[in-house]
Design a protein around this ligand. Sequence first.
Ligand code: ZN
Length: 115
Amino acid sequence: MSWDIYGNPLARGHCEVHPHVHEEYPCYVCMAEKQQRQQRDQQSEAEYYMQMEIDNLKRDMAEYKKESSDKTGKILKMNDVLWGVLAMIDESWGASSDAEIALVDDIKAILKGGE
Ligand SMILES: [Zn+2]
């Protein structure tokens, strides 16, 4: 006799994590959950690096603004980078979470300020 993860007897050929599923572990529900987890992990990792990148850009931007106007070229270049980041967010998953929406707002604010 085998047991599911909740300590209940498990019928032969059923998933131990999802005892109601008549499929051995890992069943299709396991696979779907695993995929969801991976997607979430990848997304939050991407968000983390993106946020770091934005923070760096913001700092650089503030520095350039403090300096004289001959840095305009650099600011223009920076705007290109920011537009690139916006396009990247759009292409990869769109701004769905609060963090992403805040990020996009941030970038747009910087782009407005840099004009
Ligand atoms: Zn399962």
